[in-house]
Ligand binder design. Sequence first.
Ligand code: HEC
Length: 148
Amino acid sequence: MIKHASLCLAIAAGLVSASAIAAEDPIVTRKAIMSSVGAAAGAGGGMLKGEIPFDPKIAALSLRTMRAAAYSVGDYFPAGSETGMETTASPKIWEDMAGFNEKLAKFRADADAAAESKPETVEAFKTAFGSVAENCKGCHEAYRVKKN
Ligand code: HEC
């Protein structure tokens, strides 16, 4: 009985530490943040293509999700996280951190302005969304590697 209980405790402790490591892994975290940006861009793009009816609440969700990511993702590229977990981050990030930070700063500024513009019409959303979406390609081309 005692033996069983302590085995359970050991398993529980193992699970706790394993999930703590996964949640704290900077690669896992930055991928999760970027994948939320992908979903936010997908919803915004869907409204611009007319696949989803325009709704100011979805516009706000899209722009504010991208803004939150622009503010947070930069914290998850520490030295030592260059490889592993099928990262598509380019080694150039760590060779040219200043350049990468410049891209992040522009992404933040554009996402901030877009979110604050609080678009109420599809035309206004198109302008706001477009200024944020310009940043994706620019940064990915310079600081992301394509892996199949
Ligand atoms: C300042 C640079 C930068 C900007 C701006 C940026 N990204 Fe990324 N993105 C990255 C990097 C670096 C990765 C690779 C992360 C990794 O695999 O560790 C990435 C990965 C991704 C991924 C893959 C996530 C996954 O699950 O592996 C998606 C989707 C994505 N970005 C979408 C976008 C979209 C959409 C935008 C524009 C609204 C955008 N990104 C803007 C740097 C950027």
